[in-house]
Design a protein around this ligand. Structure first.
Ligand code: FES
Ligand code: FES
Length: 156
């Protein structure tokens, strides 16, 4: 099946198995910031934005990407030009091994787009589908709150 979508602002046209999982197709397209942890919708590592909405790419089929606008963590910002949420994660020590970080920052950007000034509990609730095995979450919540306080935590 021929698919066309935008991936981090670039038009992608690809001939893909429509039943392939989106996470696999995206990683084949070198979007290696899209991680696979559980593969069953439990960990959030594979989080992407589809038309600005937080989705788990391990639960999407490739066919569901057709015509959509996709954003991965690499589309939020870069090392040279980080998104304010990515900057806050770095400044608050909210990254250890980094495996969860792309998904966490995607989830945080969706959260702040919907709720620009969440309480700590609201941040915890908003990120509850994203698991981190390293940080204990306190610094992640600190980082999201810091990005929110600056009023610049929404989508880039
Ligand atoms: S890999 Fe998709 S939710 Fe865990
Ligand atoms: S920083 Fe290691 S899983 Fe979150």
């Amino acid at each position: 099946m021929k698919l066309a979508f935008t991936l981090n602002g670039a038009l992608v046209r690809v001939d893909a198995d429509p039943d392939q999982r989106a996470v696999d197709l995206l990683r084949e397209l070198n979007a290696l910031d899209v991680k696979e942890g559980c593969g069953t919708g439990e960990c959030g590592a594979c989080s992407i934005l589809v038309d600005g909405v937080h989705k788990l790419s391990c639960l999407l089929l490739a066919a569901q990407l057709h015509g959509r606008e996709l954003t991965t963590a690499a589309g939020l910002g870069s090392v040279k030009n980080p998104h304010p949420i990515q900057k806050a994660f770095a400044e608050h020590g909210a990254v250890q091994c980094g495996f969860c970080t792309p998904g966490m920052t995607i989830a945080a950007s969706a959260l702040l787009a919907a709720n620009p000034d969440p309480t700590r509990d609201e941040v915890r609730q908003g990120l509850s589908g994203n698991l981190c095995r390293c940080t204990g979450y306190v610094k992640i919540v600190d980082a999201v709150r810091a990005a929110a306080r600056k009023g610049d935590g929404g989508e880039a």
